[in-house]
Design a protein around this ligand. Structure first.
Ligand SMILES: [Zn+2]
Ligand SMILES: [Zn+2]
Length: 668
């Protein structure tokens, strides 16, 4: 036998094949041609010939790809050894068809075929159940998978996050840590996204984010682009700008999403100047992968709006048109907002009017309503609110803040009251502190102080500093000492470092001729040893934005600015301008007080604009705080003396100074 060089066992396959061929010839059986039968009808395969009962896997997979899940499932029992790939195809088809009725059948087949402990299929099953909105089934799969890979865990994290179960996702993440799962970048970013989702319900502490950040650092995932970008976003939404900056700076690789997140962080946290600078840096890199998308552009437009940088905004508008990004609604809404907040209500209205009426959403309308209100066009704001309601778009909380503010400025007390009532009765919008604040302002301005205080006492929410501020403003107007004391006792407790409150209270006491009380307020202020007011103003000159802080010694043009300001003051004093030094509560010599007043950031910005800007052009200034009394009367006179239109947007509203008058009519 050895001479043949083959043993009998080696020959078995050959023998089998020849037997089979012989048998076929003998019994005249047809050759293998399976495909025809399956494409004809479902009935044809209910009992396929026995010789077909092997290797149906490929056929099932093709049927799944074609979306013919019912046929694929009918064929499945005839495949004695369905593969992992076959089950994956079934799951994917089920997801695509979005049909929960097939899901349990597939799951059952997987269990029956002994694949229920296969982590790969468990991952797919969790994904499938999540897609179908069957979260408890997904949990069951996780529970029943004996050896879970990180992918199984991640799938569950993702499923929980998608179903707004962020708290549970975070507990799951903790569990993953406890049982020693090798976490990957996806696990970290999912956990961070859960933190963001929790912070929307204000149940997430920054502590949790920092913990996850630390864990990511320990495992070397902190610089992973996906994790780091999510970290930037997280810190941004929590208001931790410096942390976001640090993560961003430490990244060696940054995508467009990363840059957009950091730009968005500056915008969100009221640092529009830094947002524009970062955008410029990104554009200068000329990296084709960093071509801004709609998200980036919306952020940059908001930054322009924040700085009233009309010139930069217009350049951006041109870019938007070239890139055809104007088809995106959010971009259009941001454009409306940018133009209006930069002082051009006409251009804002133009963009709004060009929008297809069917596409306008609440944000579009709100931009317009708040725009009119900010500019002092209150009647128009109320009119646009009515148009919004008529067009069938439901007003939101933001719309009500604007329209109530407008009613308040117009003295439309009854209309304001009925709109306030309609919030709950008609539109199902629960009033928040801001709305109550508007109502206190509305009643206060109309001199109905008793009713305003009654509303405060009866409101179900904790009054905010703004609300007490509204009451204090009204008390100042009507000389109500008692309520002023009430408002201030709360204000000094809620924001002891805000010197503006002390100034207003001292003013009420001065007017009521209570010098002892004035002294008491001054003492209180001194006890607080308040830091210098962090006033900051911005001005755009030749499409470049310049920022000024109060008492700015670093500006290269400071001498020129000083000289101009002194010249203006001297000229204006001849026409009856008296520096309003009562806003300086420190005990200083009159001359020193006047010098301090001249160093307010908006005056520096104004002088800078007069020196460097184009003659006759509108001057636009933005300020991070409320405009002080002195700057207000100073700017009024400057507008008259220099024959210039001056727009100043302070933290509350727009002031349009022209010919010595302000659009706010001296109440802001
Ligand atoms: Zn000032
Ligand atoms: Zn004004």
């Amino acid at each position: 036998m050895a001479s043949l060089g083959l043993t009998l066992t080696d020959l078995i396959p050959f023998l089998r094949r020849s037997v089979s061929l012989a048998a076929r010839r003998f019994f005249l059986l047809p050759p293998h041609k399976p495909s025809k039968i399956f494409s004809s009808s479902a009935d044809a395969i209910t009992s396929p010939p026995s010789f077909l009962a092997s290797n149906q896997n490929h056929q099932i997979q093709i049927l799944c790809k074609q979306g013919n899940l019912s046929l694929a499932l009918q064929l499945l029992p005839h495949e004695p050894k369905p593969t992992q790939r076959t089950f994956e195809s079934l799951i994917l088809a089920c997801c695509q068809l979005n049909s929960p009725s097939y899901a349990s059948a597939i799951h059952r087949s997987i269990s029956e075929s002994g694949f229920d402990s296969d982590p790969f299929l468990s991952t797919r099953l969790i994904e499938m159940y999540s897609r179908l909105g069957l979260l408890s089934e997904a949990r069951q799969v996780l529970h029943n998978t004996p050896s879970k890979t990180v992918f199984v865990w991640n799938a569950m994290l993702k499923a929980l996050l998608a179903d707004d179960e962020a708290e549970e996702a975070l507990s799951l993440f903790c569990e993953m840590n406890c049982v020693g799962v090798e976490l990957d970048s996806y696990s970290y970013s999912c956990a961070l996204k859960s933190c963001i989702a929790c912070s929307a319900n204000s149940s997430c502490s920054p502590h949790r984010v920092k913990q996850i950040h630390c864990a990511a650092i320990r495992r070397g995932y902190d610089s992973h682009v996906y994790v780091a970008t999510t970290l930037v976003d997280c810190y941004s939404k929590l208001g931790f700008t410096s942390y976001a900056e640090q993560v961003f700076d430490d990244m060696s690789l940054r995508t467009l999403v990363t840059w957009s997140a950091m730009i968005g962080c500056y915008v969100r946290n009221e640092r529009p100047y830094d947002a524009l600078n970062l955008f410029r840096e990104m554009m200068l890199s000329q990296d084709p992968d960093l071509t801004p998308n709609a998200v980036t552009i919306v952020s940059v437009l908001l930054a322009c709006a924040g700085l009233a940088a009309l010139g930069q905004g217009k350049i951006l508008h041109g870019y938007i048109l070239r890139r055809e990004l104007d088809s995106v609604l959010s971009v259009n809404n941001a454009l409306v907002s940018m133009y209006i907040k930069s002082g051009s209500i006409v251009l804002g209205r133009q963009v709004f009017d060009h929008l297809d009426p069917c596409r306008r959403d609440a944000v579009s309308w709100n931009s317009l309503i708040s725009g009119y209100a900010m500019h002092g066009f209150y009647q128009e704001a109320i009119q646009v609110f009515d148009e919004m309601v008529q067009s069938g778009v439901s007003p939101t909380a933001v719309s009500f803040v604007s329209v109530l503010g407008a009613c308040s400025h117009c003295g439309l007390v009854e209309e304001g009251k009925s709109i306030f009532q309609s919030m709950t009765q008609k539109y199902n919008v629960v009033p928040c502190v801001e709305h109550y604040s508007c109502m206190v302002d509305l009643l206060g301005r109309a001199g109905q102080l008793d009713e305003a205080v009654k509303l405060i006492e009866e409101m179900p929410l904790e009054p905010s500093p703004q609300l007490w501020g509204s009451l204090l403003g009204a008390c100042r107007k009507f000389g109500h000492v008692e309520y002023a004391g009430l408002a201030c006792s709360h204000l000094l407790e809620l924001e002891p470092k805000n010197s503006g409150n002390y100034v207003l209270l001292a003013d009420v006491y001065t007017k009521a001729q209570l010098p002892e009380e004035v002294d008491r307020v001054k003492k209180l202020l001194e006890e607080q040893s308040l830091p210098k007011l962090a006033g900051c103003s911005w001005i755009e000159v030749y499409q470049k934005v310049y920022s000024f802080v109060s008492v700015d010694e670093m500006n290269p043009q400071i001498e020129e600015i000083d000289a101009l300001l002194l010249e203006l003051v001297a000229a204006m004093k001849n026409h009856g301008y008296v520096p309003d030094t009562k806003v300086v509560l420190y005990d200083l010599e009159q001359e020193e007080k006047e010098r301090m007043l001249l160093r307010h950031s908006e005056k520096l910005a104004l002088a800078f604009g007069l020196i460097n800007g184009k003659r006759g052009e509108v001057i636009r200034i933005t300020k991070n705080l409320r405009l002080c009394e002195d700057c207000h009367s100073f700017t009024k006179l400057v507008s008259k003396f220099t024959k210039r239109d001056i727009f100043v947007r302070d933290v509350n509203r727009f002031h349009h100074f022209k010919d010595g008058v302000c659009s706010c009519m001296d109440y802001w």
